[in-house]
Design a protein around this ligand. Structure first.
Ligand SMILES: [Zn+2]
Length: 232
């Protein structure tokens, strides 16, 4: 069975975990937070009876996930707690965690998915060895990043982002690399008629995360050709 780690059991982690469980994957969920009443409007996996419970544990029970860790995912012990997973999905509300997941997955040669939603927009980055990574796209975490708790998030955006993330994770986990290295963005229909877009990117030659080892022969022309084609 394919093993997947989901980092974060909130508004994105809930539907992403449910989708991956139903796709037949063995899912391990990480979250150190407890369910608060302010979460219930957008974290549809929780109800009044879950208030005060650890989110990872409550989500495991709701979605039928295999394992849950009642602590936040951190890179320091990732090799120990999820070193056997085939793919990792970031569904956290932390920019620093997204970069940490990217760096760990890139270093250990795993495919990964990084999902984000804030306000009325969201994004999903799909990664795999030899393709552009999250740092190729965004370089470094912003100094002062808003969170959903501070800035809010539109509930339906979470569903859009989660659907793309599950679709992408399923393809990557099964070895499909056609969407690897791409960034998907979506936004509320009222402000963005073409609300889902996919953009490819060539891996940056100087990326500190994914270009610390030589590229396989023939990989650079292939990636550049993909990016050039997509820009027209
Ligand atoms: Zn990179």
């Amino acid at each position: 069975m394919i093993r997947v780690a989901v980092v974060g059991a909130g508004g994105l982690g809930g539907p992403i975990t449910l989708g991956l469980v139903h796709a037949g994957f063995e899912v391990t969920v990480f979250d150190g937070d407890t369910v608060d009443i302010s979460n219930l409007h957008r974290q549809l996996q929780f109800c009044d009876a879950d208030l005060g419970r650890n989110k990872a544990m409550a989500l495991r029970d709701w979605a039928g996930a295999t394992h849950a860790h009642a602590s936040h995912w951190v890179a320091d012990n990732a090799d120990d707690v999820c070193g056997d997973v085939d793919l990792i999905v970031d569904a956290s509300d932390s920019a620093a965690t997204k970069f940490a997941v990217n760096d760990w997955a890139t270093r250990t040669g795993r495919p990964f998915v990084i999902a984000a939603a804030l306000g009325v927009a969201g994004s999903v980055m799909l990664g795999a060895p030899s393709f552009a990574c999250y740092r190729c796209w965004f370089e470094a975490p912003p100094g002062e990043a808003d969170s959903c708790a501070d800035a809010g998030v539109l509930g339906p955006i979470l569903g859009q982002v989660a659907a793309i993330a599950v679709d992408g994770a399923t393809a990557l986990a099964r070895g499909d690399r056609r969407t690897a290295g791409t960034l998907w963005t979506c936004a509320d229909l009222s402000i963005e008629p073409h609300h889902v877009r996919q953009r490819p990117l060539a891996a940056r030659a100087d990326c500190p995360a994914c270009r610390t080892s030589p590229m396989p022969p023939g990989q650079i022309p292939l990636l550049l050709a993909k990016a050039h084609h997509a820009s027209h």
